[in-house]
Design a protein around this ligand. Structure first.
Ligand code: DQA
Length: 147
């Protein structure tokens, strides 16, 4: 089973970007952590980070038939990209939304996600561990749909 892990804009800067909010773990660290856990879970992961909305949308459109699940941290697109939301809604691949920070205890403009109504669920606030929790959720989801 393959899972697509999508990282949105500015997440390539993790580690040096506002470390008091996002921690000091780099994106590479996060991807390595996920890869390690994926082996135990019997999942194959493909990672894409992009600062471009269209690149994320292209990846989502190509997901059907290739991936059992999408784990996505849409970053700032979370709050306003109807295009990313529509792409996720258009494909019949379940999506799990991830955030490092707890967006609900931050600035008001981060309190609303246009993605969550079409996601299976959202995990936010656990730092890099949010991604690991999302991977566990993906494994459970895939297992329950393959029964
Ligand atoms: C984020 C939260 C977003 O509000 C922000 O724009 C990001 C990262 C997070 O992982 O906490 O870039 O998605």
């Amino acid at each position: 089973n393959r899972v697509l892990v999508l990282h949105g804009p500015n997440l390539n800067l993790l580690g040096k970007r506002e470390p008091e909010v996002y921690g000091t773990t780099t994106l590479e660290n996060i991807n390595d952590m996920l890869k390690g856990r994926a082996v135990d879970l019997g999942l194959e992961l493909v990672f894409i980070q992009s600062n471009y909305e269209g690149k994320l949308i292209d990846a989502i459109q190509q997901a059907p038939g290739n991936y059992a699940c999408i784990i996505i941290n849409p970053a700032a697109f979370t709050h306003y990209s109807i295009a990313v939301r529509d792409a996720l809604a258009a494909v019949n691949v379940p999506a799990i939304e991830v955030h490092l920070s707890n967006i609900y205890r931050r600035e008001e403009f981060r309190h609303h996600s246009v993605i969550s109504p079409i996601a299976i669920g959202q995990i936010a606030g656990f730092g890099a561990n949010s991604y690991l929790l999302a991977l566990e959720a993906a494994a459970n989801l895939i297992e329950s749909t393959n029964l």
